[in-house]
Ligand binder design. Structure first.
Ligand code: SF4
Length: 314
């Protein structure tokens, strides 16, 4: 498999707001021309379900990856995603919602947050505020943790796993909308070993043991405003889960909550939380008619605070 990622980052941000501003390109059609569902192919295993929380192209992490962020005091990068369902056999009632569940327990992913950042992907001259992975450098459009021990499995196997499952990739959606050649070769590994199905339980798909306590959280997730406590609760349950089961270890759960309360980041990660807060503040203060800042503002918001550099494209 070979991809051309320079100037793209289509799988690391939510570019759908650009579609509202741009005219539909003429003469190009695609079997599935717009990412009109909740979360494109990363939702394919849950295609009948409507995401609750998280963001487009949600990068779901494994339990061990979540633990690693937790141990480094970097849980600020994490947020949960649940799903609402129509079919009563698939879900459990929580307040006036039915959410996807296994054995009566609401199921969820934990993945990376996408704060708003000014980015200009696909050769655009003007930047736009778009939900962008916490680890994407808006200037180079490269990943700040690529090649590190924290680079998520899901990012490392993208778009290979999607091709293996014979689904449309984000690369192809970007090509269809903005032109260019992104997916240069379609060779892929066998989909065996992907964390879908029962083996995902407790390893990537987690079960919350106390559905009755989640109604308020679901309201906040629906508004896109999960609180720190909501995120901490889900991270602690995920960190205390056991692969292949719905079980949650109470001592591990308590320990994770304690770690989250302390939540002092390792020195190398101290930039993350202030950068997220700063981006969110600046986006909130930007009025509709105000110019979007240049992506190079990242030098102040992220680099100067200690964010890892990206190698550039040369
Ligand atoms: S971790 Fe890196 S590769 Fe994965 S979505 Fe974020 S910026 Fe993109």
């Amino acid at each position: 498999m070979e991809v051309n990622c320079q100037g793209c980052a289509g799988c690391c941000l939510d570019w759908r707001p650009l579609l509202e501003a741009d005219e539909e390109p003429k003469g190009r059609h695609h079997a599935r021309s717009a990412p009109d569902d909740g979360d494109a192919e990363r939702e394919q295993a849950f295609s009948e379900r409507v995401p609750l929380g998280g963001s487009y192209n949600f990068v779901a992490l494994t339990r061990d990856e979540i633990r690693s962020f937790l141990e480094r005091g970097s849980a600020a990068v994490l947020t949960p995603r649940f799903w609402t369902v129509e079919d009563e056999r698939e879900g459990v009632e929580v307040g006036d919602r039915r959410v996807a569940a296994v054995a009566g327990r609401p199921v969820f992913f934990v993945g990376l947050r996408k704060p708003p950042k000014p980015v200009a992907p696909f050769g655009r001259e003007e930047a736009t505020w778009l939900p962008t992975c916490v680890f994407l450098d808006p200037t180079t459009l490269q990943c700040r943790i690529h090649g590190s021990d924290r680079f998520p499995d899901e990012c490392g196997t993208y778009p290979e796993q999607t091709i293996a499952l014979d689904a449309e990739t984000e690369c192809e959606r970007v090509e269809a909308r903005f032109g260019g050649e992104r997916l240069l070769e379609r060779d892929h590994d066998d989909p065996d070993g992907l964390l879908f199905g029962p083996q995902a339980l407790g390893a990537k798909l987690f079960c919350h043991p106390r559905p009755d306590e989640l109604e308020g959280m679901f309201d906040r997730l629906e508004r896109g405003e999960p609180s720190s406590a909501d995120r901490a609760e889900c991270i602690a349950v995920a960190a205390a889960s056991s692969p292949g089961t719905v079980a949650v270890s109470e001592p591990h759960y308590e320990r994770a909550l304690e770690r989250l309360e302390g939540d002092e980041p390792d020195a190398g990660d101290a930039w993350i939380r202030p950068a997220i807060d700063d981006w969110c503040r600046r986006r909130d203060r930007t009025r509709a008619n105000e110019a979007v800042p240049d992506p190079e503002l990242a030098a102040v918001i992220e680099d100067r605070r200690g964010a890892p550099e990206t190698p550039g494209w040369e």
